[in-house]
Design a protein around this ligand. Sequence first.
Ligand SMILES: Cc1cc2nc3c(=O)[nH]c(=O)nc-3n(C[C@H](O)[C@H](O)[C@H](O)COP(=O)(O)O)c2cc1C
Length: 185
Amino acid sequence: MRKNFKAKPILYPQPVFIIASYDENGNADAMNAAWGGIADADKIFMCIGSHKSTENILARRAFTVSMGSAEQVVACDYVGIVSASNEPEKMKKSGFHTTKSEHVDAPLIDELPLALECKLISYDPETGYMFGEIVNISVDERILDENDHILPERLRPIIFDGANASYHVIGEKVGNAFCDGAALK
Ligand SMILES: Cc1cc2nc3c(=O)[nH]c(=O)nc-3n(C[C@H](O)[C@H](O)[C@H](O)COP(=O)(O)O)c2cc1C
């Protein structure tokens, strides 16, 4: 027996993306965003409403997208519930530190080790649909192995559970992609 939950934005996993941008004075801002994902090999899609970050991105035509991590869950939630429009000390209070990206006019968050550096392609204020071009991905060495492979167990990315308003850390490896299904061919 299945139960119907009507039309709601619930799926698993939903990302915890931390979108960072610079305002008109060069101050960094960051927001939490769950509604987004890869849109093409070099493009990312986000659905973002009217926020200070949105203004910043439209002005600078650039942003970075970091993966929220278990280590930084409090700061990741904080930037999603407080706006820089109301709290000028938002970034300081979050505890996040930033460094300017070498590739786009946007900040990287030092505490979050994996970030997509993006140039704005388009934003539609009616729908909130935003597309960005991924021009670089930068990864802190501390989550890489000796062959520069990303170690998810060091990144400890979190997901947003929209049904229960909670965050969960991504768990253990259970299979090999493009491979395990071949057993059923
Ligand atoms: C778990 C979570 C997910 C969120 N997802 C989105 C989203 O996908 N799109 C959006 O526009 N806002 C989303 N928000 C809200 C923004 O992060 C929030 O309004 C933020 O304070 C905006 O900050 P700013 O005004 O400084 O840019 C989310 C917040 C949380 C806590």
